[in-house]
Design a protein around this ligand. Structure first.
Ligand code: SAM
Ligand code: CA
Length: 247
């Protein structure tokens, strides 16, 4: 099996144990995408952050390089300026967002863990984009509730990326649908949940995969039935569902 971390090592990258980063049938094809279209175009700062994160024990959580590239391009395509990210970890998707935004762009970045954010922060600062980030430590839901109470936040976000506790995605959606502007975009990450959504009941799933599986199934059904958004579920990374607010 080819390494997919771009380091040229021959052993499989850790995430392959759970098939986390690619649902493509062929690892070789995924490696081809990374080596042909992603790594050669990856900004130096994102590469550095990816390599620093690879040494962290929870590196399974990081956004893959191909998804980072996708987010960066998407943000430019929609001319995003005011954005939010729920679930920062060491900041790979945050940096890909920050690099895509104009100089006066903003990211409200929420995570319960500041320590991991601080691993990536020096690299973000060196890249000259830290001024776009307003990091808040703490659970996202109470902060969203506060924002919902203040009319000025309604319809104020061009883009929101959700990559945190999967058992709260439905709760986030209930609030984010009011905070994103009409025509704005919410991206829900990991909506294919390691491919476990279609696994037989007796499949040997990791405990956390099994635990969150039902929440992801419920979210996917809810988004598909939600007439306030147009959706597209993409098999990029571990699956990302793009929602565009209609009403
Ligand atoms: N987007 C990140 C990246 O590109 O590396 C990965 C995020 S990681 C999959 C999930 C993050 O969600 C963790 O850093 C975790 O601390 C955070 N998290 C978990 N529960 C949360 C909550 N209730 N509110 C805010 N953040 C939360
Ligand atoms: Ca993710």
């Amino acid at each position: 099996m080819a390494a997919v971390n771009g380091s040229g090592e021959s052993q499989p990258a850790k995430h392959q144990e759970v098939g986390h980063k690619s649902l493509l049938q062929s690892d070789a094809l995924y490696q081809y995408i990374l080596e042909t279209s992603v790594y050669p175009r990856e900004p130096e700062s994102m590469k550095e952050l990816r390599e620093v994160t690879a040494k962290h024990p929870w590196n399974l959580m990081t956004t893959s390089a191909d998804e980072g590239q996708f987010l960066n391009l998407l943000l430019k395509l929609i001319n995003a300026k005011n954005t939010m990210e729920i679930g920062v970890y060491t900041g790979y998707s945050l940096l890909s967002t920050a690099l895509a935004l104009p100089e006066d762009g903003k990211i409200l970045a929420l995570d319960i863990n500041r320590e991991n954010y601080e691993i990536g922060l020096p690299i973000i600062q060196k890249a000259g984009v830290a001024h776009k980030i307003d990091f808040r430590e703490g659970p996202a839901l109470p902060l969203l509730d506060q924002m919902i109470e203040d009319e000025k936040f309604h319809g104020s976000f061009d883009f929101i990326f959700v990559d945190a506790d999967k058992d709260n995605y439905i709760n986030y959606h209930k609030r984010l649908i009011d905070l994103v502007k009409i025509g704005g975009v919410i991206g829900y990450d990991n909506t294919l949940w390691n491919g476990s959504l279609v696994a037989p009941p007796d499949a040997p799933l990791r405990k956390y995969v099994r635990y969150y599986r039902d929440f992801v199934l419920e979210l996917n059904k809810a988004l598909a039935a939600d007439e306030r958004v147009e959706i597209c579920q993409l098999p990029v990374g571990d699956g990302i569902t793009i929602c565009r607010r209609l009403l």
